[in-house]
Design a protein around this ligand. Structure first.
Ligand code: NDP
Ligand code: GDR
Length: 357
């Protein structure tokens, strides 16, 4: 049985990847941080699997990583752990640099010092490396211009992977993934903030969303599609670096409009810049009993603007298509529908509990 080690197994991608690898017959070892409340909700369905083994640890703890890797001797390592919130990285730049940059080096060097150079290594690199670029779409040859402590730390990891490949012959690959979401996405990221927020408003559970730059444009895919590719990269004879994206770009504003439509609510935008609001102009169906024409569902709030923004990301995944035979199966619009349906079901449950309580 092949052994995989996943850091970040409790996160969005880690949970889908663990499901995928267990389904493919792997023994999966996951790194879990000790927390004061359970942080294994996303992998709850896997906890009873005899193929899953969880280990306490942290990317900050080099000695712990060495001990774990010596014990597990994995065939494949997937380094998904990170302080993954770009906005938060401006408030915690040193911590973010340590986890997202040095953390990767700790893992790579643990493999080197243990002589595990045959272990295949996947690094969760990101479209945030591109940051501010002149031309679209972005591809593997596009120059990087990182715009946040998050992205700068990830750039260190990106090059560390290439350096261990070139210096020590590691089978180490970077997946340069564009934004990917799912019903399991963290609630602070914009797509989930919108689907969860509107679903809860529809049930009368919360007031308007406060948001930042709604003109930002992203290339959104589905996390389940993207973890399949992470595995595929490690099955290739040679390592490499791959952009993974849908090739379609939409604005945050578009995503907001779609989420409204999924709930039977059409939105109008009034005002501009810092005074812009989204207002309900038509309600059809019964998915949003608490919303009425004229209700404000979103207000722009300067607190959500970032010190430096990444305005426009659009990926060209031609290399992944050509070499890995990979293509995305879920469109951004379908993704939005799935997320709204999931958040609406949860909001209806919360609303029922509130009424009964
Ligand atoms: P999440 O934020 O959902 O998950 C992050 C994971 O990392 C969690 O399991 C978290 O643990 C863990 N973690 C955080 N800090 C540490 C640490 N110091 N030591 C050990 N584990 C830690 O991220 P995603 O699943 O969305 O993303 C996975 C990876 O892919 C990340 O590296 C992210 O930067 C990168 N990425 C994500 C993209 C996306 O659109 N989702 C796009 C491109 C790259 P806990 O549950 O305890 O918080
Ligand atoms: P991003 O994702 O920064 O691209 O990083 P996020 O969903 O946080 O932001 C996307 C864009 O939306 C704009 N925005 C808002 N963002 C948030 N979170 N909240 C708001 O209220 C809001 N209003 C507007 C942002 O300014 C931004 O332009 C994600 C993470 O998963 C990273 O770990 C990963 O590397 C990249 O995607 C690819």
């Amino acid at each position: 049985m092949k052994q995989a080690f996943i850091t970040g197994i409790t996160g969005q991608d880690g949970s889908y990847l663990a499901e995928f690898l267990i389904g493919a017959g792997y023994r999966v070892h996951g790194l879990v941080r000790r927390a004061s409340q359970a942080n294994t909700g996303r992998i709850a369905g896997l906890l009873s699997s005899p193929q899953l083994h969880l280990h306490y640890g942290d990317l900050g703890d080099a000695a712990g990583l060495v001990a774990l890797l010596a014990q597990i001797r994995p065939d494949e390592v997937y380094n998904l752990a990170a302080q993954s919130d770009v906005a938060v990285s401006f408030q915690t730049p040193l911590y973010t640099a340590d986890v997202n940059g040095m953390g990767t080096l700790r893992l790579l060097d643990a493999l080197r010092t243990l002589g595990l150079s045959a272990t295949r290594f996947y690094q969760a690199s990101t479209s945030e490396l591109f940051g501010l670029t002149d031309g679209l779409p972005q591809h593997e040859g596009t120059a990087f211009h990182p715009r946040s402590p998050y992205a700068i730390a990830k750039l260190f990891s990106y090059w560390s992977v290439i350096n261990y490949r070139e210096s020590y012959g590691f089978h180490a690959s970077n997946g340069i993934l564009f934004n990917h979401e799912s019903p399991r996405r963290g609630e602070e990221f914009v797509a989930r903030k919108i689907t969860r927020g509107l679903a809860r408003m529809a049930q009368g559970l919360q007031g308007p969303l406060r948001m930042g730059n709604i003109e930002a444009r992203r290339d959104w895919g589905h996390a389940r599609d993207y973890v399949r590719m992470q595995w595929l990269m490690l099955q290739q004879e040679s390592p490499g670096d791959y952009v993974i994206a849908t090739g379609q770009q939409y604005s945050v504003r578009d995503f907001l409009v779609w989420a409204g439509q999924e709930l039977g609510v059409d939105l109008d935008f009034k005002g501009s810049g810092l005074a812009e609001e989204a207002i309900v102009n038509h309600v059809h169906g019964d998915a949003a009993p608490a919303l009425r024409v004229g209700d404000v569902v979103m207000q722009v709030d300067p607190r959500y603007f970032r010190p430096s923004e990444v305005p426009s990301l659009l990926g060209d995944a031609a290399r992944a298509r050509r070499r890995l035979g990979w293509h995305p199966e879920v469109s951004a619009r379908q993704l939005c529908a799935e997320m709204v349906a999931s958040d609406l079901a949860a909001a209806r449950c919360d609303a029922m509990t509130r009424v009964q309580g």
